[in-house]
Design a protein around this ligand. Structure first.
Ligand SMILES: [Zn+2]
Length: 108
């Protein structure tokens, strides 16, 4: 193994051990809710940001929460899936289904 490569490996090893010893030195990121989906064309795994629901009224809020099966006061921010998404690989445009919503309930 040449010297340059060995130095690089030592630097990486040092960086990892320092990062593990003090989390405050690591960059911090703000996590947001997202939905995962697979492209029907090329099978690429995609992630799209959740859309925060804007309620028109208290009744609208109750209606949406009931439909999604969530409790507004327990879950905090209520989000829905984007209406359409685009595959990051092949750029195909798709419509979406919300995984929390069961379409068979409409038939009852
Ligand atoms: Zn695709």
């Amino acid at each position: 193994m040449d010297r340059e490569r060995r130095d690089l490996q030592e630097l990486r090893a040092k960086g990892v051990s320092e990062g593990m010893s003090d989390e405050n030195d690591l960059p911090r990121v703000h996590m947001e809710q997202a939905f995962r989906w697979f492209c029907p064309g090329c099978k690429t795994e995609n992630f799209d940001r959740a859309v925060e629901v804007e309620f028109e009224s208290r009744e609208h809020m109750q209606e949406v929460c009931e439909g999604l099966g969530v409790d507004k006061y327990r879950e905090g921010e209520i989000v829905e899936v984007p209406k359409t998404v685009t595959c990051r690989s092949c750029l195909i445009l798709c419509t979406t289904d919300d995984p929390r919503y069961d379409p068979e309930e409409d038939d009852v």
